[in-house]
Design a protein around this ligand. Structure first.
Ligand SMILES: [Zn+2]
Length: 381
């Protein structure tokens, strides 16, 4: 016998090893515990026996008792109203994708980078990988029963001369129907992450949009009573001039992604500034137009003392998008995405940029490596 329990019996004799609590929304429970400062052994759920998801709470936070949280197959709560999802024979494959949402800190020269989480959502796997067949992408990100893959929303804070927030997740204005379509999991969200990082909404000086799609800027505004207002009370909000033009004049193909309530109230409140290509946001931080996804989609280059990080937004939504032709069907100009990636990937590999993957469920950032023509991402945070 070599199991953990056998070892425990060998050294301590019979007694209580741990207790198990059944939960319906293990992600949400972990988020709430973390927000209350509870020490966790598992920051995110991992596969347990019989298709369950489990996570352990450290005994030091539970009066010396090891506590296991367990979500059994079919017990996942529906996000629209806490109603239990119908039982399934097998757990959704997507539930086995490791989800990582702990705030992480990285010192880039003189700048401090804080990767935060606004929770997770789901998009159609086919749409996320364009012409790449499911038989290939499902090995990287297994889909759920509705063919959706789990995706993170990871805003980034850059602290230097000022405190800058890049993107802000989807926020809390989504109605129940959309929350169900997008499989929203926000048991732990940006407010929790800011809190854990020791920041308040009022500490943010600048809020920058990579582009104005709802999963990037939904958190720019919030409902207060019946009004929708800027969520960061002291911040100046920055968006690219032509992206703003496109977002406020949508067509049939992009209308579903541009939700006016996420950005129009900023203009009304007088807190919006429009910037152009290559704009310097603050010392060491500048825009770099990639186009492709939207005509004026921007990456953010962050440089200090000879080291470079890049907030890639929807150019590299996940690590699986690192091969050049793995381009989203959502992209309005996929050939432009391909052209940009071909050239940018060479640069990122040669100069060992730290790349932030905004939608990657399992990590925040890494360095792209290439060996024998095969690309991988070496996780850094
Ligand atoms: Zn987008």
């Amino acid at each position: 016998m070599t199991s953990a329990v056998a070892k425990y019996l060998d050294t301590r004799g019979p007694g209580l090893h741990h207790i198990t609590l059944r939960v319906d929304d293990i992600e949400g429970v972990l988020g709430r515990l973390r927000a209350h400062g509870v020490r966790l052994i598992d920051e995110s759920p991992r596969p347990g026996a019989e298709g369950a998801l489990v996570a352990f709470v450290h005994p030091s936070s539970a009066h010396g008792v090891l506590v296991e949280l367990k979500q059994t197959p079919g017990r996942a709560a529906s996000r629209s109203g806490g109603v239990l999802a119908p039982p399934t024979a097998a757990l959704d494959a997507s539930a086995t994708v490791p989800r990582f949402n702990t705030p992480t800190r990285y010192q880039l020269g003189a700048l401090e980078l804080l990767s935060l989480s606004d929770g997770f959502f789901h998009l159609d796997g086919g749409a996320m990988f364009g012409v790449v067949p499911r038989t290939l992408w499902e090995k990287r990100l297994p889909p759920d029963r509705r063919n959706r893959i789990p995706l993170a929303m990871r805003p980034l804070i850059v602290r230097g001369e000022r405190t800058l927030l890049i993107d802000a997740g989807c926020g809390d204005k989504m109605d129940a129907k959309s929350a169900d379509i997008y499989g929203l999991e926000r048991g732990y969200h940006l407010d929790h992450a800011l809190d854990e990082a020791g920041l308040a909404a009022s500490d943010i000086d600048l809020v920058l949009a990579s582009h104005l799609h709802f999963d990037h800027v939904g958190g720019f505004t919030a409902k207060r009573d019946d009004a929708v207002v800027p969520r960061f009370p002291n911040a100046r909000y920055l968006a690219h001039r032509q992206e703003w033009e496109d977002a406020t004049h949508p067509h049939e193909r992009n209308r579903a992604s541009y939700w006016p309530e996420n950005f129009v109230p900023l203009a009304h409140a007088g807190v919006l500034a429009l910037v152009d290509d290559e704009a310097e946001i603050m010392p060491g931080v500048r825009l770099r137009r990639s186009g492709g996804h939207t005509r004026h989609h921007q990456m953010v280059m962050i440089e200090s003392r000879g080291t470079t990080a890049v907030f890639a937004a929807d150019m590299y939504p996940t690590c699986a998008h690192v091969p050049d032709p793995w381009v989203m069907a959502y992209d309005l100009y996929p050939m432009e995405t391909l052209a940009f990636k071909r050239q940018f990937a060479r640069e990122a590999i040669e100069r060992e940029y730290l790349v932030f993957f905004e939608h990657e469920p399992s990590m925040a950032a890494g360095v792209i490596r290439e060996r024998d023509g095969k690309r991988t991402v070496e996780r850094v945070i």
